[in-house]
Ligand binder design. Structure first.
Ligand code: FES
Length: 163
């Protein structure tokens, strides 16, 4: 018995005794708890912000849009329309329940695939449950001569951008 106690208290080289083993387990547990606490503290102190893409869209050079054309940018959910009166941008989001509309070249109208609302290329509602026309969006030409659209700013209809 006395010999086994002596063996336990004096480990051979490369071995650890029970006290050192539990000390290492304790230190490891504290390190894991500290790392977890630091992670939660960082998460708590970081601003809880949703980063959304900019509402400003660069559509490129006006000469890329032929006269009498309706061009949809599906990523920005807008139409860029070029007619004799000038350029303008429309939201492509249906004013009924927010579906993405589509330009129908053959029929010459914008149609909503969800519940059948129809709009002229100037956004005026022709048919369907949509309560309002498609909004016109603020459009301008940048210093570099490119067409810019602000999706977050509605303007009154029939404000054409003449270039
Ligand atoms: S969402 Fe377009 S008609 Fe309903």
């Amino acid at each position: 018995m006395a010999e086994s106690k002596r063996l336990e208290s004096t480990p051979a080289s490369g071995e650890i005794n029970r006290r050192a083993f539990f000390a290492k387990i304790g230190l490891g547990s504290l390190a894991i708890a500290a790392a977890g606490t630091a992670g939660f503290a960082y998460q708590y102190l970081s601003p809880n912000v949703l980063y959304e893409p900019s509402p400003i869209v660069n559509l490129g050079k006006p000469e890329d849009f032929a006269l009498d054309s309706v061009t949809m940018d599906p990523n920005a959910a807008i139409y860029l329309v070029h007619i004799a009166e000038g350029f303008f941008a429309l939201s492509a989001i249906c004013t009924h329940l927010g579906c993405l509309t589509a330009w129908n070249q053959e029929l010459g109208m914008i149609k909503c695939p969800c519940h059948g609302s129809e709009f002229t290329r100037t956004g005026v509602k022709i048919a369907g449950p949509a309560p309002k026309p498609l909004p016109w969006l603020k459009t301008w030409v940048s210093d570099e001569g490119e067409l810019m659209v602000d999706r977050s700013t509605d303007i009154h209809p029939l404000q054409f951008l003449r270039i």
